[in-house]
Design a binder for this molecule. Structure first.
Ligand code: DX5
Ligand code: ZN
Length: 224
């Protein structure tokens, strides 16, 4: 089942609870929280207090996408703040196996994220232990960037690997996913779709989410 993980980075922060409620009414089922530290990526966003506040206004699962250096240091805090999933960037984790274990030990579902320049094959050793793999389809740091077309082949490659290895992790895609690009990523095999500006544009999250999901669900993955 294809799901929409709406990224609150593009929401109106002064009315975050209303924005989340609108995206949920439109069919969004995961709240994607982009955590940026100004070091790993050239932007700063929010941390555990915002996660804790969001936790109080929705029952939807929260996926914290950590675009931060030394993510291990912050996993306990994000878990305590109410994260259901924590996604760490491959590029920030020299001891990725340990980091993923750390997430699991805190009762949170682990995800791993790869930047556009990181080969999909680098993930082979950890695929059996992750809940999802997030393929970045832009260079992380900002919302509203242009979808990188090569991501489609990267998603298809990951899907073939999943099939060959007999696994069932979910395939997530993030960056520039909108009404005009969503069909290609679903056809390639993505089933957790992260979208920010496409959903929150014009203060119409409910309508936007509904239309986005209509297009996404009309597309089906081509066979492996
Ligand atoms: C980018 C973030 C994304 C971003 C997506 O670094 O990881 O989650 O919010 O925004 P759009 O959908 O606008 O590309
Ligand atoms: Zn993200």
């Amino acid at each position: 089942m294809v799901e929409l993980a709406f990224s609150i980075l593009a929401a109106d922060f002064a009315h975050l609870a209303d924005e989340i409620a609108r995206a949920e009414r439109g069919g969004g089922t995961i709240v994607h929280v982009d955590v940026m530290d100004g070091h790993f990526v050239p932007n700063i966003t929010f941390g555990p207090p915002v996660v804790q506040a969001v936790r109080k206004v929705t029952k939807l699962p929260l996926d914290c996408h950590l675009m931060i250096e030394n993510p291990d240091d912050f996993i306990p805090e994000f878990a305590k703040a109410g994260a259901d999933m924590i996604s760490v960037q491959w590029e920030t984790c020299p001891h990725l196996n340990r980091t993923l274990r750390h997430i699991i030990d805190h009762g949170v579902l682990p995800g791993v994220v790869i930047n556009p320049a990181t080969p999909v094959d680098f993930l082979v050793e950890v695929l059996p232990m992750v809940h999802h793999v997030l393929v970045m389809s832009v260079n992380p740091g900002f919302g509203g960037q242009k979808f990188l077309l090569r991501s489609v082949e990267r998603i298809a490659h990951l899907r073939r690997l999943r099939h060959e290895m007999g696994l069932n992790f979910r395939i997530d895609v993030d960056g520039g996913v909108a009404d005009d690009t969503v069909e290609s990523v679903v056809r390639a095999g993505a089933d957790m779709l992260v979208a920010g500006s496409a959903i929150f544009a014009g203060g119409k999250a409910e309508e936007n989410a509904r239309e986005f999901l209509r297009i996404a669900r009309a597309a089906t993955a081509v066979s492996v």
